[in-house]
Design a protein around this ligand. Structure first.
Ligand code: GDP
Ligand code: MN
Length: 389
């Protein structure tokens, strides 16, 4: 789960990590109120789960409350890399003397944590990583010891942090690491961590990813998740108890069983197509589940064709076939092609049901590979087949 900056900073405050004073606001009027309360110069920041807001114009400085309102009016509703801005964070503007980079993450390959620090922090850190990787100190930290003073010294020296910031940066990094471990995060990143005019080091930005596997022992996760909007399709999927993940392609996928569904994604990619989703209807899926799944997939307007790949076991292919027809009855506007491959329990009966129904947009293929190739070929020259909602 990727937190919004304002959530990450609330988490930071619990661990005593220095962050600027501020509050999240869902409207320009609310932003004005927060700014008035803070007094003086403020910064208004778009809240989206993606970086690069500074470069996209999603961060603006304002001299007073009226200016904060105007800035919020510009930022709210903005689209940043496909993420719509619905909230802004209004903070007291920092007095920035220097900008650094600091982070902790899990390095699975090394079976250790990885700490990174650089004096070249700020909005160009990706470029620094690509062109001047030596400027970023990388220190592995054993999970058995946790962060030790010598780790932090190495990070600061190798990262080129100026002497005057060492004391403040050490405290900041230590508290960041405590938060990282204690909150079961997989990433805690502060870019920039800034040296202020009066010599303090604070977290001006905050990026935190939490490990969802730890939700059972982190009561806070549920509250944080409730504030993060799901993609529309995933919300519907949750309500209908469907195992659905949205992807970016144009070919809808339905399979039964996680393994078969995953390999269905692979064969579609191999046939030159891009899957639009993962949807495992599971074992024992009936007609109603099938109908709900088709409805859900075509609610994604990018979908041009659907590939239904079923290997019947507990799931009966005749039920699946009835489900497909039932779904089409409920969705008379759906004209997009559907390619069905049925095998296993009651496959013959399932195929017969589809054949008798003689629907123009349903085609069948005997093997997974042929079905995938057909589903890909049928998208050529087609606009989006999705339905309006
Ligand atoms: P990101 O671009 O999404 O990573 O957003 P950041 O929070 O890192 O902000 C980007 C840049 O905006 C920072 O590197 C700063 O240069 C600038 N910025 C952010 N907050 C302040 C502030 O309080 N005062 C000033 N002067 N600049 C700020
Ligand atoms: Mn940043």
């Amino acid at each position: 789960m990727d937190l919004f900056e304002y959530q990450a900073k609330e988490l930071f405050r619990r661990y005593g990590i220095a962050v600027p004073d501020g509050r999240v606001a869902p409207s320009a009027a609310a932003a004005e109120k927060v700014a008035a309360k803070l007094g003086g110069r403020v910064v208004v920041k778009a809240q989206v789960q993606v970086g690069g807001r500074g470069k996209a114009g999603g961060i603006k400085l304002a001299d007073d409350a009226a200016g904060a309102k105007a800035a919020a009016e510009q930022i709210l509703g903005m689209d940043i890399k496909g993420h719509k801005v619905r909230k802004v964070l209004v903070e007291r503007a920092g007095d920035i003397k220097a900008e650094f980079y600091g982070s902790f993450m899990l390095d699975r390959t090394a079976k250790a944590f990885l700490g990174m620090v650089s004096s070249k922090g700020g909005v160009d850190i990706e470029e620094v990583a690509a062109t001047d990787p030596e400027a970023i100190a990388r220190v592995h930290i054993s999970p058995l010891t946790g962060v030790m003073p010598y780790h932090l010294r190495r990070m600061l020296y190798d990262g080129g942090i100026p002497k005057e910031a060492h004391k403040g940066a050490t405290v900041l990094l230590e508290t960041m690491f405590r938060c990282f471990l204690d909150a079961d995060a997989s990433l805690v990143e502060v870019n920039p961590m800034v040296l202020t005019g009066d010599g303090n080091v604070i977290a001006l930005d905050a990026k935190v990813s939490l490990d969802d596997n730890a939700a059972y022992r982190q009561p806070l996760y549920e509250k944080l998740a409730a504030e993060i909007p799901l993609p529309k399709q995933e919300k519907i999927a949750k309500e209908k108890n469907l195992n659905y993940v949205k992807l970016d392609g144009t070919i809808g996928i339905i399979g039964n069983g996680a393994g078969l569904t995953m390999s269905t994604l692979d064969v579609v990619a191999e046939a030159g197509g891009a899957p639009a989703n993962f949807l495992d209807i599971g074992g024992g899926a009936n007609a109603a589940t099938m109908a709900a799944g088709i409805d859900l997939i075509f609610s994604d307007r990018k979908v041009k064709s659907l590939f239904v790949n079923i290997f019947g076991g507990i799931t009966r292919c005749d039920e699946v076939a009835k489900g497909i027809l039932g779904a089409l009855d409920q969705l008379p506007d759906l004209k997009a092609p559907i390619v069905v491959r049925l095998d296993g329990t009651n496959a013959t009966e399932g195929r017969r049901i589809l054949e008798q129904a003689a629907r123009a947009n349903i085609s069948r293929a005997p093997t997974m590979l042929e079905a995938a190739a057909t589903a890909v070929a049928l998208t050529k020259g087609r606009g989006a087949g999705g339905l309006k909602r």
